[in-house]
Design a protein around this ligand. Structure first.
Ligand SMILES: *Cc1c(COP(=O)(O)O)cnc(C)c1O
Length: 459
């Protein structure tokens, strides 16, 4: 690339071989660089057709404008960008109210990069609270454990490993893919820092049996004197349940629920990455985890894992809440769910599929091929519809339901009724084709030492 840029056109420039293993030596014109970057996108999947992801892929131009205006703001710099911080603080109060937090307490929470950071913060708060209580009682505080279902998202496995908490993962079984109260007796004890229950799990879209788990833990406390808090992983459900199921108790209405996370970039309708963690009240977020940094004229608490991050997602979330309000989110979630229900009906009525999620809450369609289908599997269907541009997840379920394979469609708000019906027809055409010609996809093999590697659903 020694040619001076005036002498060449973008056609000359962007044809050069991009160095794989060394830092580019000379630059190129802006137009050529843009052409190279943009052309890389052509062969990626179309995000609009990526139905394996929960993450928002569409926004109004006004939201994009709000994003652009804030793109150079560092979220952590509250001193310079106090209005961004004020938006965050206001939204923490809104979410505390949306999730039915108690009145008369100081709400506490924070925006995060995603639910992963939010879950880590909540997990740490519970670990710290548990340890403090144990030490105060003069008891051993060296062996914390956490109880979850086998349907948890990878972040919890990361949390447990990174922060040295013993995993107590209740296995699934064919036909039951959620955490219930049935076997908790075998898993909880005085070293359990929290039970994590999911609102809107990634595999089937179902909720864990949240209220039954809560009541079981009440009885457990009556019997043993051991009080175990709950965390609700509402990455997806946190922005669906309040709008569609106002009478359903999954949130702070259950006293044992001490913290809730949600992904702003999933059904919160914000581009990635934005998450939220909200605590029942300030004191749940253990004070020992808070750092105070000096800012002009005062001390500012900081309690995120990350320091610098982009602030635009916060501005966009603020836009979305103001733009739609409760009533707007309710309508959006309702038509998204209606489209999911219609798609599910198309698939089930065809006779090819059986549904996996009886208790549907979030707009996820999870189906498995009927037993009579022997010539192809869910992976073949996923590959075949990929020819039309659709990306669907096919996977084997986590232990002990590995024998069950699933095909999952995450219906998101940008998918209108017509598009959802097109997808349904394309899935059925794929099945008819495969019925005739057979399939050849082999499901990924389970790795003997780390079975979770092949059974983590995408987010
Ligand atoms: C997506 C998801 C996560 C992880 O959230 P990110 O926002 O991707 O970091 C955790 N738990 C559940 C249930 C999820 O769906």
């Amino acid at each position: 690339m020694a040619t001076p840029i005036e002498k060449v056109t973008p056609y000359d420039e962007f044809n050069y071989a991009i160095p794989e293993g060394e830092f580019p030596k000379d630059g190129m014109s802006a137009r050529a660089a843009a052409a190279v970057v943009i052309s890389a996108e052509w062969t990626d999947a179309n995000p609009m057709l990526n139905m394996s992801s929960f993450v928002t892929t569409w926004a109004e131009p006004e939201a994009a404008e709000a994003a652009k205006r804030n793109i150079f703001k560092n979220y952590i710099d509250h001193d310079m960008y106090p209005q961004l911080f004020a938006m965050e603080t206001r939204m923490v109060r809104w979410l505390h109210q949306l999730w039915n937090g108690p009145h008369g307490v100081e709400p506490y929470g924070t925006a995060t990069v995603g639910s992963s950071e939010a879950c880590m913060l909540a997990g740490l708060a519970h670990k710290w609270n548990w340890r403090q209580k144990r030490e105060k009682e003069g008891k051993d505080a060296s062996r914390p454990n956490m109880v979850t279902g086998g349907n948890v998202q990878i972040v919890w496995k990361k949390f447990l490993r990174y922060f040295d908490v013993e995993p107590r993962i209740v296995p699934l079984k064919p036909g039951n893919y959620r955490l219930t109260a049935d076997e908790l007796e075998k898993y909880v004890d005085e070293n359990t820092i929290a039970v994590v229950a999911i609102a809107g799990q990634t595999f089937t879209g179902e909720d864990d049996d949240i209220e039954a788990i809560h009541d079981w833990l009440d009885d457990y406390e009556k019997k043993t004197g051991i009080s175990i808090p709950m965390h609700i992983d509402g990455a997806s459900g946190g922005f669906v349940n309040p709008f569609l199921y106002p009478d359903y108790k999954w949130d702070f209405r259950l006293p044992r629920v001490q913290s809730i996370n949600a992904s702003g970039h999933k059904y919160g309708l914000v581009p990635p990455g934005l998450g939220w963690v909200i605590f029942r009240e300030r004191k749940v977020f253990n004070e020992d985890l808070v750092f105070y940094v000096n800012y002009l004229g005062g001390e500012m608490p900081t309690a995120t894992l990350n320091f610098s991050r982009n602030g635009f997602q916060i501005a966009v979330q603020y836009y979305m809440f103001l733009r739609h309000g409760f009533e707007g989110y309710r309508r959006i979630m309702q038509h998204t769910l209606d489209n999911a229900t219609a798609l599910r009906k198309t698939l089930v009525d065809s006779g090819f599929f059986t549904i996996m999620n009886e208790a549907q809450r979030i707009p996820v369609v999870a189906v498995t091929l009927n037993k009579e289908v022997t010539r192809y599997n869910e992976f073949d269907v996923s590959n075949k519809v990929r020819e039309k541009g659709w990306v669907l997840s096919a996977y084997t379920m986590p232990p002990n339901a590995e024998e069950v394979r699933s095909l999952r469609v995450v219906v998101r708000p940008h998918v209108n009724h017509h598009v959802a019906q097109l997808l349904g027809q394309d899935i059925l055409s794929a099945c008819k084709y495969l019925e005739e010609h057979g399939g050849n996809a082999t499901p990924p093999k389970l790795h003997a030492h780390a079975p979770e590697k092949t059974t983590l659903s995408k987010c």
